[in-house]
Ligand binder design. Structure first.
Ligand SMILES: [Zn+2]
Length: 97
C-alpha cells in the first residue's frame, strides 16, 4: 500500500466518522472514552478510548475488525476518529454539502 492510498483511505474514514457524528451515533462517556453505535446494527456498540497516545476500539471485548485487521492498530478506525471529532479534538473537518 502506498502512502497516497493510505492517505486517501483515511479521508474516506474521516467522512464515515463525520457521518457517525452527524447521525448522533457517538456519545462521549468520559474525558477520553466514548461509545459509538453501529450505523447498520443498533445492537453493535463500540467502546472507544481516544486521545493522543493510547487509543482502542472494542466490540464485545474484541478489537474492532477494521482497526485490528485492516489498519493493524497503526491508524485510527472510523469509530475512534468519530469520537475525536465529537470531542472536538479534530478541528477543520467540514461536512460535505
Ligand atoms: Zn472501530
Amino acid at each position: 500500500m502506498t502512502l497516497d492510498t493510505k492517505a486517501n483511505n483515511r479521508i474516506k474514514r474521516l467522512e464515515k466518522a463525520f457521518n457517525l457524528v452527524t447521525q448522533n451515533k457517538v456519545t462521549i462517556t468520559g474525558e477520553n472514552t466514548a461509545i459509538v453505535e453501529s450505523e447498520t446494527d443498533k445492537a453493535k456498540i463500540y467502546q472507544v478510548i481516544f486521545g493522543e497516545s493510547t487509543v482502542s476500539c472494542m466490540l464485545d471485548s474484541e478489537p474492532c475488525y477494521d482497526w485490528m485487521y485492516n489498519l493493524k492498530y497503526a491508524d485510527k478506525c472510523k469509530h475512534i476518529l468519530a469520537s475525536e471529532i465529537k470531542a472536538g479534538l479534530i478541528v477543520g473537518v467540514i461536512p460535505k454539502q
